[in-house]
Design a protein around this ligand. Structure first.
Ligand code: HGY
Ligand code: MN
Ligand code: MN
Length: 433
């Protein structure tokens, strides 16, 4: 297992010993499920899912519950200046770089109960299991809850892990504003989760993130585990079109400067550009606002965000380049002003082969069906992979549906994924005999 730190990487013998001592260890699937359902009660949606958006009161409540559970499990909890939470379980060597696992507790406005949450509470369940069985590891273990993975209220996504990995500047992150103009740093203070620990710099021997697939492949193939080898790259391009507000009834068609029409044509162009780059490219517009958004006023302004993704960097950049050529042409034809701003980006990710092998080996030892998979969604692990050996584990989700309140997984999928997390982490953290 390669290490991002200067301490000795685990030897083959260590991991063999771990395998013998703990080969039959399994997490408590019922306890995990109860914790997932308990967390789901905080920031409920309107259709059975969750609306626990980052830095809302509900987020604060979910954090408090998670902190209480971590402390009940004997961990110490630290919070950094962006509110990211680090729960630490001591190893026999306090100076060894810890093995990390975790994800995010914030959700989409119409989010599911498992996106991110399974990765955080699955990691907590691993610690609870180690405590139950009195297993000591050489390396400490850290369970992390990253602030603002979703990027739905404060763009971009994976904001705190991006600052942690040195991609974004801390003050730039603290100054991000939501649609109501509320500032990230102020909201973090308001919910009482602005920590004083600097962002970044904690040693990481390896990081594993368990996540639902948020896509249909695993379920369709009847596989229990996704061994995530790569992650798609992403461009978020925010477009602002400026036209002229006017009466929808009395304004002749040839006198209109219609920002809503421009947005519709650009949305169609986004779809066409993604389709022209098949296979392995996606594009859509999920965030869109027209102003003044009145039934009988021609929109004078339209603000919307384009989401392009591909595992192929060339296709990803081609889609951006084509959009930046075509959108101004569409705007000019309609007499619209146009601004295009990149509000989120990361290149396709190749996860650490050593960590990926630890995941694959754990799935094989557990006798779970598995396949290599590319993550369609972005995750905090995509940024942390820049600074430490990182890999992801995926479990199926029903119909591949996510970012929807109907998101569902089964208890056995959750248990299997968390068992793989347990054994991958034990492999890296080196069990003390
Ligand atoms: O957008 C994403 O891929 C992630 O769900 N934030
Ligand atoms: Mn997620
Ligand atoms: Mn998500």
């Amino acid at each position: 297992m390669p290490s991002a730190t200067d301490d000795e990487p685990a030897t083959e013998a260590d991991s063999t010993a771990a395998t013998h001592v703990t080969a039959n260890l399994r997490i408590d699937g019922g306890r995990l499920w109860d914790s997932l359902m308990e967390m789901a009660k905080i920031g409920p949606g309107v259709a059975g899912g969750n609306n626990r958006q980052t830095l809302t009161d509900a987020d604060g409540e979910g954090r408090a519950l998670f902190r209480r559970w971590c402390e009940d499990a004997g961990m110490t909890v630290a919070v950094d200046r962006l509110g990211t939470m680090f729960a630490r379980r001591e190893g026999t060597d306090p100076d060894a770089a810890p093995v990390w696992m975790g994800s995010h507790l914030d959700t989409q406005p119409t989010g599911g109960k498992y996106d991110g949450v399974l990765g955080v509470l699955g990691a907590l369940e691993v610690v609870r299991t180690l405590d139950d069985m009195g297993v000591r590891t050489h390396r400490p273990i850290v369970v992390v809850n990253w602030t603002n993975e979703e990027g739905t209220r404060f763009a971009p996504a994976m904001l705190a892990s991006g600052v942690y990995a040195g991609i974004h500047d801390l003050d730039w992150a603290l100054d991000r504003t939501d649609a109501e103009g509320k500032r990230f740093g102020d909201e973090l203070e308001r919910i009482g989760w602005a920590g004083d620990e600097p962002v970044g710099g904690r040693p990481i021997h390896a990081l594993f993130e368990l996540h639902i697939e948020q896509g249909p492949i695993l379920e369709a193939e009847g596989r229990e585990i996704g061994v995530v080898t790569h992650g798609q790259g992403l461009w978020w391009l925010q477009v602002t079109l400026t036209g002229k507000e006017a009466h929808t009834g009395s304004t002749p068609m040839d006198m209109r400067v219609n920002a809503g029409l421009g947005m519709a044509r650009i949305i169609e162009a986004v779809h066409r550009i993604a389709m022209d780059n098949q296979p392995g490219a996606v594009g859509a517009v999920g965030h869109a606002n027209v102003y003044p958004n009145s039934r009988n006023v021609i929109p004078g302004r339209a603000v919307f965000t384009i989401d392009f993704r591909s595992p192929d960097r060339e296709k990803l950049d081609t889609m951006r380049t084509r959009l930046e050529a075509e959108a101004p042409r569409i705007a000019a034809e309609l007499g619209l002003g146009i601004e295009i701003e990149s509000t989120g980006h990361f290149d396709p990710v190749t996860f650490d082969p050593g960590c990926v092998e630890a995941v694959r080996g754990a799935a094989e030892r557990l006798g779970l069906s598995h396949r290599d998979i590319v993550s369609g969604a972005g995750h905090d692990a995509c940024w942390i992979n820049r600074i430490a050996p990182t890999a992801m584990i995926m479990c199926p989700c029903v119909d591949g549906l996510s970012h929807n309140e109907a998101e569902e997984i089964t208890e056995s999928w959750a248990r299997n994924g968390t068992d793989v997390l347990l054994h991958a982490v034990l492999d890296a953290a080196e069990v003390e005999g």
